[in-house]
Design a protein around this ligand. Structure first.
Ligand code: 13P
Length: 283
């Protein structure tokens, strides 16, 4: 069933586990996510980025996710990932999405608060949950010094003020992860996470979780992360299977015979994440 993001994440926050938020932009990725959730009895968040919306078209991707979610027997939220454009967020609200992220983290704190509060007011009046971000979660391609990395992380006191003044439902924090493939091993600032959770006592979100070692993920969940965003690991599973399949079978031409096995490969990765995050069996 299609439910709001906060319905899924409030339970995760209270019971101390995390729910995967997997990015989609087409039918097969969405099927892989929903089937993985059904097979592990896990709640799940299906998210689309602004790039994903541009690729698939909002009507088509809304229809695909909503249709599969409504038919499913586990709770599923449809979420906008990194919404930076006001009109795009409004379109998602009009298309029946149950969660949106307003990402105004590139602006100074005051402006981030103002922009976030405005979206919270509108979304809440429609019964939709909101995620926002404080601190800067970079890409792994960013060349930054250790000092710059420190400075871009979420300040716990600022996060507390931000949460109080915006009324946001769950908060993405910067504790050392980055979007995309990592070159070295990411180092997470667990002390910072612990302090933020103690102060805010609300659902927290970890972005850029692909490629983060399992032990670090487990520790982050034990310290209060409740939503974990995964995109790259699923993309890589799709592409690795596709390369192998086309290499092994030079005759295949039916897209279903190509995309079907790729969907299964994505599903396996997603199921493993659901078990690792502790959401399996929680639906
Ligand atoms: P990865 O691509 O590193 O998994 O990050 C996904 C993400 O955080 C989307 O918001």
């Amino acid at each position: 069933m299609l439910v709001t993001g906060i319905e899924i994440l409030e339970k995760a926050h209270k019971e101390g586990y995390a729910v995967g938020a997997f990015n989609t932009s087409n039918l097969e990725i969405t099927q892989a996510i929903v089937e993985a959730a059904e097979e592990t009895r896990s709640p799940v968040i299906i998210q689309v980025s602004e790039g994903g919306l541009k690729y698939a078209g909002i009507e088509a991707i809304s229809a695909i996710v909503r249709t599969l979610a409504e038919k499913a027997t586990v709770p599923i939220a449809l979420h906008l990932d990194h919404g930076t454009d006001f009109n795009t967020i409004m379109k998602c609200l009009r298309n029946g999405w149950t969660s949106v992220m307003i990402d105004a983290s590139k602006f100074p704190l005051e402006e981030n608060i103002q922009r976030t509060r405005k979206i919270v007011e509108i979304a809440h009046s429609m019964g939709v949950s909101v995620e926002a971000e404080i601190g800067k979660i970079g890409g792994t391609e960013d060349h930054i010094t250790v000092d710059e990395r420190e400075a871009s992380m979420t300040d716990p006191e600022e996060a507390l003020r931000f949460a109080k003044e915006t009324g946001v439902d769950y908060l993405a924090i910067a504790i050392g992860t980055a979007h995309g493939p990592y070159k070295g091993e990411p180092k997470l600032d667990f002390e910072r996470l612990k302090r933020i959770k103690e102060l805010l006592n609300m659902p927290l979100v970890l972005h850029g979780a692909s490629g983060v070692p399992e032990e670090a993920i487990k520790k982050a969940v034990s310290l209060g992360i409740n939503k974990i965003n995964i995109d790259t690991d699923v993309r890589q599973a799709f592409t690795a299977r596709l390369r192998r399949l086309l290499e092994e079978d030079k005759e295949v031409y039916d897209p279903r015979k190509i995309l079907g096995p790729c969907k299964e490969a994505m599903k396996e990765v997603i199921k493993q994440k659901m078990i690792l995050f502790g959401s399996s069996g929680k639906a």
